[in-house]
Write a protein that binds this ligand. Structure first.
Ligand code: NDP
Length: 477
């Protein structure tokens, strides 16, 4: 039998992706470094479709129909290079290597360039949705050549998640590393979304005094409205879960130290390189880091804070409504920042990424899937060169309606000493962008004072320097 596609790397993701292809009628060659996993897959799930089990790299490659389509689903980083080194010599011009791991887009660019010289299409592909998504339909973000997408695209569309309107959650993001870049920012936005939800929970708990079960109900209500999303839905599930061993709310028995695998950090690192302010995403990454610094937290526990007066019953519900407004407005800002980063990456690397399509393929399958993404797509449909999501009229109107409550929530948070790095960063970004004048003028003055770095004037062209150490006259630079 010749297989239409092959998957190597059969841990949770690869195994489920292979099954997804098979369940959709494709014959799938399967391979794993440790062959026991290959055999286990075929034994357990062989009746789901046509699998061709391959023990060796040679067998695997020989099992694939040409041009070959070979999906790599191994641990990102060196293992991916090792697998490429193993398979590339066995391939022929026109064949495709699809890397579905969480690769750094810079690695993808390097690999694509190297393999292109050999005539092999390297398709760096972001896959979101975790284990379940891989099996039932992930959101898929392929990069690579247009030629590769011509034959690969229809297969990916078949196995992908479908949005509510039936559209497959996959689009050709752009050449070389575009797909992995989009996936990276997706994960950064995911960090921000999670942080904002966590802050909303914290406020409802500490300021309003609601119990986790009550907060779960509040989130369930929010999930009926404009915040309708997978993350809000699972938040309610987690908050209403009771620990079997202690009878306490699950959220009270879990250590409050958030871990991370790195894609959120990459989003911020690259944003720094590109000069894109993604303050909300950065705060989300930092919040996880901070939570893990146990010694630092231990040493700071006695520091003074305000004396807290919990809200009365009458005020609680009104406060919860305000938190919803703050969460929604902050979420708009997170997405604004994330899409700005994609736009900047697209310009830097000539990817020509269609931002509306990116919003569209995140509507299903992935962790940040949400009704909200339809709105973002509509904003870019209305104006493809939208400079910022905040420039979209309907988002601007929603923030206008939310901003008083957003500010009131931050006042309460500050007064009660509840940290809200995500909400606060989002509001600062919003206020900075809309400001008529920023104190950056003063920064320029300081830079010119100590380093003769020069400045530009509001009323004349050119660069200038003030003779700060002399008679303070101005000279053209
Ligand atoms: P892991 O990241 O845990 O990787 C395990 C797989 O990699 C195994 O098949 C293992 O083979 C193989 N492997 C490791 N080192 C090598 C090597 N040097 N040579 C050959 N094979 C090697 O698996 P996951 O399924 O969790 O993830 C796969 C990829 O998908 C990763 O890049 C991950 O970042 C990405 N991803 C994961 C998501 C998730 O929710 N888990 C979501 C989206 C993407 P062996 O069995 O022989 O050890």
């Amino acid at each position: 039998t010749s297989a239409q596609i092959g998957v190597t790397g059969l841990a949770v993701m690869g195994r489920n992706l292979a099954r997804n292809f098979a369940r959709n009628g494709y014959s799938v060659a399967v391979h794993n470094r440790t062959a026991a996993k290959t055999r286990a897959l075929v034994e357990e799930f062989g009746d789901e479709g046509t699998f061709v089990a391959a023990e060796s790299a040679e067998e695997f490659v020989a099992a694939l129909e040409r041009p070959r389509r070979l999906v790599i689903m191994v641990k990102a980083g060196d293992p991916t290079d090792a697998v490429i080194r193993e398979f590339a010599p066995l391939l022929e011009p026109g064949d495709m290597i699809i890397d579905g791991g969480n690769a750094h887009f810079a690695d993808t660019r390097r690999r694509e360039k190297e393999l292109r010289e050999q005539g092999i299409h390297f398709v760096g592909t972001g896959v979101s949705g975790g284990e379940e998504g891989a099996l039932l339909g992930p959101s898929i973000m392929p990069g690579g050549s247009v030629e590769s997408y011509a034959t690969l695209g229809p297969m990916l569309e078949k196995i992908s998640a479908k949005a509510a309107d039936g559209t497959p959650c996959v689009t050709h993001c752009g050449p070389d590393g575009a797909g992995h870049f989009v996936k990276m920012v997706h994960n950064g936005i995911e960090y921000a979304d999670m942080q904002l939800i966590a802050e909303a929970y914290h406020l409802l708990r500490e300021v309003a005094g609601y119990s986790p079960a009550e907060i779960a109900d509040i989130f369930r209500t929010w999930n009926q409205g404009r915040l309708d999303s997978y993350l809000i839905e699972i938040t309610a599930e987690v908050l209403s879960h009771v620990d079997a061993a202690t009878g306490k709310p699950f959220v009270d028995v879990v250590q409050d130290q958030a871990e991370q695998k790195g894609t959120g950090r990459w989003t911020v690192q690259i944003a720094l390189d590109l000069g894109v302010p993604v303050s909300g995403i950065a705060e989300a990454v930092f919040a996880r880091s901070l939570s893990g610094h146990t010694e630092l937290r231990e040493a700071s526990r006695g520091l003074a804070g305000p004396s807290v007066t919990p809200l009365g019953d009458a005020e609680k519900a009104a406060f919860a409504d305000k938190v919803e407004q703050a969460l929604y407005a902050s979420k708009i800002v997170s997405y604004t920042q994330g899409f700005h980063e994609i736009q900047a990456g697209s310009e830097e690397y000539d990817w020509n990424i269609d931002l509306g399509s990116v919003a569209a393929i995140w509507r299903g399958g992935c962790i940040i899937r949400a009704a909200f993404l339809d709105r973002i797509r509509a904003a870019y449909d209305a104006r493809a060169d939208l400079p910022s999501l905040l420039a979209d009229k309907s988002f601007a109107e929603e923030i206008a309606a939310a901003q008083d409550d957003w500010r009131a929530v931050l006042v309460a948070a500050t007064q009660q000493g509840v940290p809200t790095p995500g909400f606060s960063a989002a509001l600062a970004y919003y206020d900075a962008l809309r400001a008529e004048r920023l104190p950056a003028a003063l920064t320029q003055g300081q830079r010119d004072f100590f380093g003769a770095h020069t400045y530009r004037r509001t009323d004349r062209e050119g660069s200038f320097h003030t003779l700060w150490g002399g008679d303070r006259s101005e000279v053209p630079a």
